[in-house]
Design a protein around this ligand. Structure first.
Ligand code: PLP
Length: 472
């Protein structure tokens, strides 16, 4: 029931009477609008808050209390800047690469006019296919060949452009599974997966633990075990989702394991989705191999194989929101294209990227320089942490170190890990990702991203980590 507060008492009660007193004469033309605005304010301030759905409430509270969100908010409230805010919180919790932004900036300043402003308006403004313009698909296919795929060439008709890889993951979950079905994901894995699969598509995630004692290698027997357990509980497993290169570990899946995985999904008659967004960010000596390559050369049924890619990592353009689904399955492609209405990318963005991706010299130079810079930061980080007896898993890809800090924990448990994360955030003032957020079963591992800062910031970060190593 709405309660109408008497105008005078409301006005006086809020101490604004004197400000508006002279304007309240009935003959004044503005008085009625002032009066109705005050009545509206009174109504608003006395009514119950507008109710949102229970779905929205539960999503909000789950996300809001997660370490990922808490750390992110701290960084937004008090962001570190070497000159303007040297005591602020350092953001090492986002896999974003700022190390090669100068190269992107240079390319944009030299090319944006020709590729966008001088373009025919009819090429930018009208409706275009929601699943992406053909020119971008063609450019992306060539680009992917340049950075990741050796032996197969992708056909643009097998691609759907999405608003970032996030939408690609969600679309595949809609296409491959029904609400309540599940997918197996070797863990630890990028924390966004739980959100991207569950929130709207209602698909359950079953982590398949890879242990530190096994060098985080995926074993097919663990997959088999997880599959059989789900089956016993009446849960239908529809797919395996694989992250290659891995986020957060930074390792690469070898051909032999991919072979075993393809055998596994064939035997179970399920799908295999390979998230390859970190292809082109490998900085070590290990070779990156795409699942498409293995499926193609070894003669597997490709209709159960789907690849997720995008430009957020490889070209460090997360703000452009470009992802892509590459699939060899006609039904998935047709359905995904229908879904594309919900996540299409603006045509001016697509046109600009056609020009950028077609600039083969730029792409080559960018990838080469970026890899060198990542490798240097990786080595400096590993060396810096080594001074405190903190070891990193030997990674060869990604923008992060996978760090074992278990010797700094008071108890060898998830609780001990979160206590340490809290100290890192509030005493060291660095935001990192605790392994439990990535469903790691061994406590004490943390993902620390190093591409959001510069080389000059490393001594500052190390000094801050020292604060907590002395306090045990
Ligand atoms: C493995 C992986 N897949 C997908 C995404 C989502 O990428 P996008 O920002 O393009 O949605 C991320 C982002 O960090 C990621 O790490």
């Amino acid at each position: 029931m709405r309660v109408i507060v008497p105008l005078q008492s409301f006005v006086l009660g809020h101490g604004v009477h004197h400000q508006i007193k002279g304007q309240l004469s009935p003959s004044s033309s503005s008085s009625s609008s002032i009066r109705s605005s005050i009545v509206r304010t009174a109504l608003v301030s006395s009514s119950s808050p507008a109710v949102v759905s229970s779905r929205a409430t539960s999503m909000y509270s789950r996300e809001h209390e997660s370490p990922g969100h808490v750390g992110f908010s701290k960084c937004l409230d008090d962001p570190y800047d070497r000159t303007t805010n040297p005591n602020g919180v350092v953001q090492l919790g986002i896999a974003e690469n700022l190390l090669a932004m100068d190269l992107v900036k240079e390319w944009i300043s030299e090319n944006v006019k020709a590729s966008l402003i001088d373009s025919e308006v009819s090429r930018l403004v009208p409706y275009h296919p929601y699943d992406g313009i053909l020119e971008l698909k063609t450019a992306l296919a060539a680009f992917m060949g340049q950075v990741m795929l050796e032996s197969i060439s992708l056909d643009p008709s097998q691609m759907i452009i999405t608003a970032g890889a996030t939408s690609a993951i969600e679309t595949l979950s809609f296409c491959l599974a029904d609400p309540g079905d599940a997918v197996l994901i070797p863990s630890p894995y990028y924390r966004g997966y739980d959100r991207n699969l569950k929130w709207r598509a209602g698909v359950e995630t079953i982590p398949v633990p890879c242990r530190s004692i096994d060098n985080f290698r995926l074993s097919i027997s663990s997959l088999e075990l997880a599959y059989n357990q789900a089956k016993k509980q009446g849960v239908k497993v529809r797919a395996v989702f694989l992250l290659n290169p891995s986020n957060p570990i930074g390792n690469l899946i070898d051909r032999e394991t991919m072979h075993e995985l393809l055998d596994f999904v064939t035997e179970k008659n399920i799908h295999l989705v390979s998230d390859e967004v970190f292809a082109g960010s490998n900085h070590g000596t290990d070779e990156f191999v795409s699942i498409a390559d293995v499926a193609h050369t070894e003669g597997f049924d490709k209709t159960r194989v789907h690849i997720i890619f995008g430009l957020s990592k490889v070209l460090s353009l997360p703000g452009f929101r470009i992802g892509v689904i590459c699939s060899f399955n006609k039904n998935v492609l047709e359905t995904g294209k229908k879904f594309a209405r919900f996540f299409s990318v603006s045509v001016p963005t697509q046109r600009l990227l056609v020009s950028m991706l077609s600039d083969v010299n730029f792409v080559q130079k960018y990838i080469e320089i970026k890899k060198k810079r990542i490798r240097r930061m990786y080595e400096l980080f590993v060396e810096g942490l080594g001074q405190f007896g903190i070891n990193c898993f030997p990674s060869s890809a990604g923008y992060y170190c996978w760090v074992d800090m278990s010797n700094l924990m008071r108890s060898n448990s998830e609780k001990g890990e979160l206590e340490l994360w809290d100290k890192l955030l509030n005493i060291s003032k660095i935001n990192v990702t605790p392994g439990s957020e990535c469903r790691c079963v061994d406590p004490g591992w943390f993902r620390i991203c190093f591409t959001t800062i510069t080389e000059d910031d490393i001594p500052i970060v190390m000094e801050r980590i020292k604060r907590i190593t002395n306090k045990q």
